[in-house]
Design a protein around this ligand. Sequence first.
Ligand code: TYD
Ligand code: MG
Length: 474
Amino acid sequence: MARRSSPSFICQNCGATHGRWQGKCEACGEWNTIAEEGAGLAAAPAGPGRAPRKGRRFALEPLKGEAHDAPRLPSGIAELDRVTGGGFVRGSVLLLGGDPGIGKSTLLIQAAAALAGAGYRAVYISGEEAVAQVRLRAERLGLADAPVEIAAETSVEDIVATLSEGATPRLVIVDSIQTMWTDMVDSAPGTVTQVRGSAQMLIRFAKRSGAAVILVGHVTKDGQIAGPRVVEHMVDAVLSFEGEGSHQFRILRAAKNRFGPTDEIGVFEMTGLGLREVANPSELFLSERNLGAPGTAVFAGIEGTRPLLVEIQALVVPTSLGTPRRAAVGWDSSRLATVLAVLEAHCGVKLGGHDIYLNVAGGLRIVEPAADLAAAAALVSSMTGAPLPADAVYFGEVSLSGAVRPVAQAAARLKEAQKLGFARAILPDTARAEAANLGLSSTAIGMLVDLVSDIAAGAEKPRKMGPRAVRQDG
Ligand code: TYD
Ligand code: MG
């Protein structure tokens, strides 16, 4: 009698396999994400009674060989090409993840239309929407005439069979991987084994045919649909499309890229006519500035190779709570804790009795330590009620000793500031010469306490403070 394959319990978030059902996945820490699945592809070794298949011989090739024709295919959407590293790579598979409704389908139909318009065969397979809905969106985007081939299909076998016929498409979009299913696996669509199995087949198709395949993956918090994380290790590049519901900005980031950089971002704006590229994001991020209000500082940052000015907003308010609140949006909260500790320890700023909120405007996420100085300036400005000069940018890393350390690419940051009409820079000592070269006036900050005294001195004049919030140490 054939032995029944034993079921396994698989976390729908991270794909970890467990021997029994449990409430919490120990691998990723998520609750209620473990579901029972029949033994699938990954868990199906040759059973008893099945002879191991004899391997087929294949030819080994020398590393040194003929280069193939143009391996990259630029989409023509500059912000997208910047993130992929210059275009879609032949035979590669890219995963585009993001929250539902963020604009993944919109971005990809625009990319497909751009490629098809340039004469390449582009196919868009939707597993979520009917052909009519895809058409409707394309119409709304003004792309109805683009020669993109579309279909509403969910069977991977059918898709691969269809695409293998005739001329190989240069771009295949599969929207979304969670709706795909393959006969090879007998669990329900959307489960980890199905998502993995379907992705594997599509990856094999990409490698064999040389088509660039883009898989869309919804990122979900609940365990109902398998997270795209389970295929991240299988694909060549993982892009995430981010943004906040209340903002029209969308940021495309590479989390992994075998063929390009991972620190570049692409900036888009969601409009009534689809996604618009934002060639100069600094302008956009600074467009809603509230000039003259205390607690805001403009940070001159670098994202990948591109300088980016962004406003950092801080709010420091007295608290009645025993443990004051510290909340950071768009910035690392441990980095915030570090800057606060330095302000307390070396600058005499007493923050223990205050709730502190820090926000990076426009939904951007900053990872650079160079933002320390701007964050500190915004915090001190909010606490003292003294607005910072509206025509100044800030950058510099703050060390635990309270010293302001040099940061990379100062010249690029300053050039961007100058281009956008800023006249002053508050920066580490080492960057002073660069500011002078550009004709910007600069204030070099050696120790963070100097910046605190400068801001506090400004507070004395325009506004009477209640109890002195900032004490200046020698
Ligand atoms: P969509 O691309 O369907 O998101 P996803 O595929 O990531 O789930 O985008 C859906 C949202 O975008 C929807 O809320 C409407 C909005 N949108 C616009 O604002 N303008 C447009 O031109 C389009 C097509 C969509
Ligand atoms: Mg969609």
